[in-house]
Unconditional design. Structure first.
Length: 338
């Protein structure tokens, strides 16, 4: 399909999508600072990723002199929140394991690991606060909000509609690109040993999900099913990846904790009671991975039987307008004089 210059409708559509995601990000900062509920940092991290996805899609409609700085600042937030969020998830996993332990002898090792992770999370909070201070000190959110709102005002004054043949063309192009990227990993679905490929498939699922979310308002309920399907795929693949992370991390932790015990006591005998629980956790995570992978294979087969991806392609194609029927429009002005 031929690509065209962004029109005023696409600029308006992008400004609305970006402003919505910017607001979702900024409203979580207070809760992230207090660090009393792990859901704040989770929501802010996801919001930053969604904002980055939208920035990538609409960068040609944004003030070029400002885009690079906006993108850089949002990436910094994502990175800072990432390590803290990952540690929160690990601690929550251990709390769940401790709450369901059948053998008291397994408790000591898991509690020791939880202590080390909690110590790490406390240290990481300083990085989170530094990143928030940098974000707020840069006034990036205010700059973005002002520029995007000026775009909205100008579009409304000019009675621009937020949907045009070009908008649907871009929706088709970008969703199709992310869909084919996601489906390129289909050959590894039934191969649990392909750890790196399944992880890459999770990332591709996330990108497809964010792109579908951006354009969903154009299609009424037609993207509802593929969105639900890719969201569930992302969650399953994420759980599998989390188990893989435990599989790589636990042997390293066991050796490090053994060394600490040896250094403190002069021998490693006291480590034996901790090792029992840690090896139990290793086995538990491997069993969970095996179970979740089996569930993912069955889920994938069901999605294929329902022709979810074929239906998505058809829905996207149905909303395209032949180029010869496009109205004549002028490209928008993307440089904001403010």
């Amino acid at each position: 399909m031929m690509e065209h210059e962004p029109d005023a409708s696409y600029t308006l559509f992008g400004a609305e999508a970006l402003l919505k995601r910017l607001q979702a990000l900024t409203q979580e900062s207070g809760g992230v600072r207090q660090a009393e509920d792990i859901e704040y940092i989770h929501r802010m991290r996801v919001a930053s990723r969604r904002l980055r996805a939208a920035l990538d899609l609409f960068q040609d409609t944004l003030p070029h002199k400002k885009f690079a700085n906006w993108e850089r600042q949002v990436k910094r937030i994502t990175r800072a929140l990432g390590a803290a969020r990952d540690t929160d998830v690990q601690i929550a996993t251990l709390d769940e394991c401790l709450g369901s332990l059948a053998e008291p002898r397994h408790r000591g090792g898991i509690e020791r690991l939880r202590l080390r992770l909690q110590q790490r999370r406390t240290r990481l909070q300083a990085d989170v606060l530094e990143a928030l201070d940098g974000w707020e000190g840069s006034a990036t959110a205010d700059d973005m909000s002002q520029s995007l709102r000026q775009t909205l005002v100008q579009a409304r004054l000019n009675q621009v509609k937020a949907a045009s043949p070009y908008v649907f063309e871009q929706a088709h192009l970008n969703i199709s690109l992310r869909l084919e990227e996601f489906l390129s990993y289909e050959s590894c679905v039934r191969k649990p040993e392909q750890v790196a490929e399944l992880h890459a498939m999770r990332i591709a699922a996330k990108r497809l999900r964010y792109t579908l979310e951006i354009f969903a308002s154009l299609y009424e309920d037609e993207l509802k099913q593929p969105l639900k399907t890719v969201r569930e795929a992302q969650e399953m693949l994420g759980d599998i990846h989390d188990c893989d992370v435990w599989g790589q991390y636990l042997p390293q932790f066991i050796e490090e904790e053994r060394a600490r015990t040896l250094e403190y006591f002069g021998n490693a005998r006291a480590f034996g009671r901790l090792a029992t629980g840690l090896r139990h956790l290793q086995q538990d995570r491997q069993q969970r991975r095996d179970r979740r992978h089996g569930e993912f294979v069955r889920f994938w087969e069901q999605a294929q039987a329902q022709a979810v991806w074929d239906q998505l392609r058809q829905n996207l194609q149905a909303h395209l307008t032949p180029v010869e029927s496009w109205p004549a429009v002028s490209p928008p002005e993307v440089e904001n004089p403010a």
